[in-house]
Design a protein around this ligand. Sequence first.
Ligand code: SR1
Ligand code: MG
Length: 424
Amino acid sequence: MGLETPEGYTALGEATVAAFLAGLPAVAKRLGGGPKDWTVGEVGDGNLNLVFLVDGPKGGVCVKQSLPYVRLVGEGWPMPLERAFFERSCLAEHGRHVGRLIPEVYHYDPLRFAIVMEKLSPHIIMRRGMIEAVRYPSFADHISTYMARALFFTSDLALPAPEKKQKVKLFCDNTELCRITEDLIFTDPYRVHERNRWTSPQLDGIAADIRADCELKLAVSTLKLKFLTRAEALLHGDLHTGSVMVTEDDSRVIDPEFAFFGPMGFDIGAVIGNLLLNYFAQDGHATSDRPRDDYQDWVLETVDEVWSLFQGKFLALWADHPDGDAYPADLFADAEGAEALAAAKHVFMRRLFADALGFGAAKMIRRILGLAHNIDLEWIEDPDRRAVCETRALKLARDLMVNTSDYRTIADVTAAARETRAKG
Ligand code: SR1
Ligand code: MG
């Protein structure tokens, strides 16, 4: 027996999407012709939803629909349909601040829990491009703008408290998606759990060491507490390289269904952690006629740029728009105040950097020892080779999480990544 769903909901299929869109005049006009002229393909390769690409004589659209369960696992793991509502709400909120760095939403259907949005073409999922060693020269600029603006403008640095609280309230109900993160990122990889998997037997010993590593378990639990309690800004919530669609000169952040008010470092860490995973994975994809060293240099340069550009942009926004209830500008109007505020901003950024490293490390560990892996590593066919890459990534991640304060600058992080790789 299927899972119970609200009246009006049925999962769309390739045969029914056209009829659904035909009932939306503005979307139908965008596609051109009529339903018979439209081609539909289901292309969802994520862990949760259905995704259809629809093309007509005039243009295309993308339809994303929640399933009442986790697609990766099946009906045995029910999941609220409302994640589509949170995704659409986040796209609306972030859209006010980041403009064309996300897809345009054309329609939201609250009965079908479906979002009809811009079909990004010729974009591809960034993770896939990076596995092929494709460079994205504008990515660091784009993602740092996205993060700086989305995080700053939804924080207490920019918003009056009542407005911020209303927004927190709206996203507070995204509890089940947060629960996925709480369990899969901050807890499961550090305990025996049937959902976990890893390259076995090669990583059996390391997985056991991690489960016995109290220092690491305390560090990840401290991060989990921050994730649970620190409603700092509206996060994307799952900002890995599979959530960015790219061309050489365009980047669009997609899929913010995990959106909620949480610690800013969680999104920043997700980007950095996933770039570092790719850096280590390259050694599993390199061949003698196609070495990847130059590409690995580019990945680390990108890590550096992402943080450096983010920091500069975030501080610039704080200087230009000190409109929130935190650090009221009139308290710091004189020269002494200005100096004190500058010092406080420095402390803020240092704390944010440390948060990002900790969360980035947690993201790396979960993709190697938890349920949901990523293809950067999964597509390395030879398990021995894959395990070498994964072991290096785990080693760096552990150090980033436990000895976070040793990393004063982003250059310390990229140097440690190189050193970890060089040591084998
Ligand atoms: C059960 S969902 C597993 C993962 O897929 C999503 O992309 C998130 O990263 C989530 O943790
Ligand atoms: Mg996703």
